[in-house]
Every structure is written in C-alpha cells, then in structure tokens.
Write a protein that binds this ligand. Sequence first.
Ligand code: PMP
Ligand code: GLN
Length: 386
Amino acid sequence: MNPLYQDMPVSIFAHMSALAVEHKAVNLGQGFPDFGWPEDVLAKAAEAVTHGSNQYAPMLGLPPLREAVAAHYGRHQGLEVDPAEVTVTSGATEALAAAILALVSPGDEVLLFQPLYDAYLPLVLRAGGVPRFVRLAPPDWRITAEALAEAFTPRTRLVIFNNPHNPTARVFTQGELALLAEACVAHDAIALTDEVWEHLVFDGRAHLPLASLAGMAARTVKVGSAGKIFSLTGWKVGWILAPRRLGEPIAKAHQYLAYATPPNLQAAVAYGLAKEQAYFDTMRAAFAAARDGLAERLRAIGYAPLPAEGSYFVDVDLTASGIAADDASFCERAVREAGVAAIPLAPFYAERPVTNIVRLCFAKREETLAAGLDALARARELMRGP
Ligand code: PMP
Ligand code: GLN
C-alpha cells in the first residue's frame, strides 16, 4: 500500500456527514444545499437520460458543453475562451487531480494557501511535489506581498489558488490577486485556480478570475464545477480551462482517471450555463439571505461569526463565542450530544492548525437553519467556558 494513504484519516466531510446520519443531526457540515436547484435543468437531465445517449461521452466532453463553458465565461467574466481549451471532468475534484498529476513532477515545489481545501495536499504529495505554504491568518485571511515573497522560490512550479476560498469564505481583492499574478509571472509559475465558488460572491462583489490578470492567461489552469452553479453537488460535472500547452497533458491525465463524464448530465449543464443573468442573480440573493439569517441568529445566541464574502459557509470563532472546547471537540460533541454537524478548521491545515474556528453551511432552507440553530444553542450550553 502507498504509505500516504495508510495513516490518512477519512475526509472530514465524510466523517461528519456519517456522524450526522448516525446521530440524526442537522447537517450544517459538508457543503451542500438543501434548496435552490433549477427544475428546468433537472428536466433536461431527465429528458437526456430517457431520450439521449447513455453511452460514453467524448473524452474531452460533449461539444455543446465545451461550447457552453467557453461562452459562459465570456459572458460572465470577460474571458476569451476557445471551446478547444475546455476539458469536461467528473467534478472539480477530478479536474484538480488531472491537473496536479499532469503538471507536477517529483521535486517540483507547489505553493498552497493554508487553510487549504483538503483534496489538494494528498494529490500534490502523491505526485511527488514539495509543498510550500502561504499562511492566511484570521480574522481577515489576507494575502500579503511578504508572505508570497517568503514562499515562492526558483523551484516553484505550480501555485494552487482557491478563490472564493473554502473554508474561510473570503473573496480575495483585486490587489491581492495582482500580488499573486506578479509573483507567478516573476517566477514563471503555473497557477491552478480552483474557482468552483465563482458564482457565490455576495454584497455586490464580482468574481475576478486570476486568468484575467496581466500575464496570467497563458499560465492559468482554471477549474469550475456545475455542482455549485446549480446547487447540484451530487452531479460531479466539472471542467478545466487551460491554454493548449497545459490543457493537452491534463486531458491525458483525465483520460486515465475518469475518461469521460455522464453525457446526460453534461447536456443538462450545457443548457443551464446558458441561463439568463436573472437566474444567477436570484440564486446569489437567496444564498446571501440565508447567510445573513444564519449570521444574525448565531449572534443572537452568543456565537461570534466571522465575515463571509463568498461560498456556502460562515465560520465561527469559538473563543470569541465563549466556548472553551477546541474545534474538533466542539464538532464531535455538537453532532453527538446537541444534534448538529459542523466542520472544524484544523483539518484544512498541514501544519500549526488554527483550532478555534468551525465552519457552518448556510445553504439550507429556513426550517433546516432553524433546527440547526436550536442545536447550536444546546451545543453552546454544553461547552461554555467558565
Ligand atoms: N474545490 C473546492 C474549493 C470545493 O469547495 C469543492 C467542493 N465543495 C470542490 C473543489 C469539489 O468540487 P466537485 O464536487 O465538483 O468535485
Ligand atoms: N466541498 C465540500 C465542502 O467543502 C465537500 C466536498 C466533499 O465532501 N468532498 O463541504
């Protein structure tokens, strides 16, 4: 067995979701919505299952989806994308795996921002990459020129950058992106940008793809996911946008990971990506309202939520909430004894974890949030400090 996997814990998302089922707890842990998916996109998928092909899709993806992805980014983010630069994958997870396997050779340094989405590091290590971390510090989780200068070296091959950021819910500013772009150009590094939360940015923010910054189009591999755009996380339809020189080796990695992605879901996503602006505005407004509702009521029961600029998540500072337990103990007791699942932040660190913050998913119906908040109030009573 490869030693990397021998002592590896089960992903915190799988762990907490299994506990939520076992203890019949409200699941505010793993990030999935319990409302908000478009019925017409479901109908398209059903029609494609019944009347379309159920055989292997083309390896690079259905042409109508590759065209729809290219057009979507032109319309929403001003990117000029040739459909030939799009590879459809089985979720963003497979896209990340294919990109990391194809771009990282043993000994290459890979820059990661910590806290980091849990899939990145095992893939980098399995590819033989040498991780270097840029630490983002709460409560503002900012990228600074000093931190980048310390982490980049002449051996930096790849930078894995997630924006909007899970688990901090940050949307990085144009200034922060400019610092990163300058460093990538100066070090001739490739950027792998995980932008799965690109449509979930709130309070009038616009998503700025790293690829749009000066010097970045030719060195950026952008990853997206239909799961987040259509509130259908189980679909696992994602994609990669990359200039040919990078996209071609990545497609070769993809051909021996998943090879192809269910054609009927691809057809429905192609249809959905062409939706009018109103769909995206309405979705964003609904999730922003859910975020506000959760944050406000968390404060009312004594919790201290951190700002949440994008994604499905609000983080809570346990110390500032008067709770003595660390994040892992809080989450273990909350799900078993109080009936609510949350996600600790410590597993998003490879070293020196922050241990007093937990993540809550607000992409839930009113009744789910209400039940979750009742349970969180119980959890606070159980674990309040002296
Ligand atoms: N990257 C980030 C930052 C995520 O939050 C997630 C899942 N929420 C993924 C990748 C995985 O996306 P998918 O489900 O499309 O594989
Ligand atoms: N991305 C989801 C989250 O952050 C989890 C995805 C998964 O469970 N692999 O909650």
